[in-house]
Design a protein around this ligand. Structure first.
Ligand code: C5P
Length: 222
């Protein structure tokens, strides 16, 4: 058996996304990458030529996003760029933006959509920064996934290069540190482990080892 909602939080490139996808696939759960929602808002502003640091415009863009818009933007290759990540990090400090995205996330957890193969989901895995603390504080299974900033920058560099992007380690490391600082120091819903989260440091684990550790934790939950 497995709990119905699994909340996974952690900094960028900690391995939480891969872990969330693998847990969802293994358990027959739907998966929501909540960072994608903030990226969708950031990308909308960039495409409109608007400043992602403008709180009023960010709030308007978030409130105007329909589930259809979200689905389209989540599949957009530009969603994964570093420029969009930085825009996401900027809009995510705006309380009205977070509020606008809250319903979508809670609805996903309460009523997970059918899986790609048409079968009903048995539960939901959400990954982000504030799932265990704000979005789904009642989730029976919470994981907080971390790794050192150097290991995460190295992983992100490989990911960017794997997609054919030109990237330099020093720049990726600086972006990572900037984003960590903004995500963990913001006033609303900062990045931090929930009190009852299982801490998983993936600095010296590969994806299989992280998955095995998480699965053991999740399976032990009622
Ligand atoms: O995880 P990802 O790198 O896609 O997230 C992009 C940005 O969205 C993060 O840097 C963070 O500022 C924001 N975010 C957030 N709350 C979440 C998920 C992401 O503030 N639950």
């Amino acid at each position: 058996s497995a709990p119905r909602v699994i909340a996974i939080d952690g900094p960028a490139a900690s391995g939480k996304g891969t872990l969330a996808r693998r847990l969802a696939a293994a358990l027959g759960f739907a998966h929501l990458d909540t960072g994608g929602l903030y990226r969708a808002v950031g990308l909308t502003l960039r495409r409109a030529g608007q400043d992602p640091a403008d709180a009023g415009l960010a709030a308007q863009a978030a409130a105007a996003l329909t589930p259809g818009d979200i689905a389209g933007l989540m599949a957009d290759p530009e969603l994964r760029s570093e420029a969009t990540a930085q825009a996401a990090s900027l809009v995510s400090v705006v309380p009205a933006v977070r509020q606008a995205l809250l319903d979508f996330q809670r609805d996903f957890a309460a009523r997970p959509p059918v899986l790609a193969d048409g079968t009903p989901a048995r539960g939901a895995v959400l990954d982000g920064r504030d799932i265990g603390t704000v979005v789904c504080p009642g989730a029976p299974a919470k994981l907080y996934v971390t790794a050192t900033v150097e290991v995460r920058a190295e992983r992100r560099l490989k990911e960017l290069q794997g997609r054919g992007a030109v990237a330099i380690y020093a720049d990726v490391l600086k972006d990572m540190k900037d984003r960590d600082a903004r995500d963990s120091q913001r006033a609303v819903a900062p990045l931090k482990p929930a009190a009852d989260a299982y801490l998983l440091d993936t600095s010296s684990l590969d994806a299989d080892q992280a998955f095995d550790a998480a699965m053991t934790f999740v399976r032990a939950k009622p």
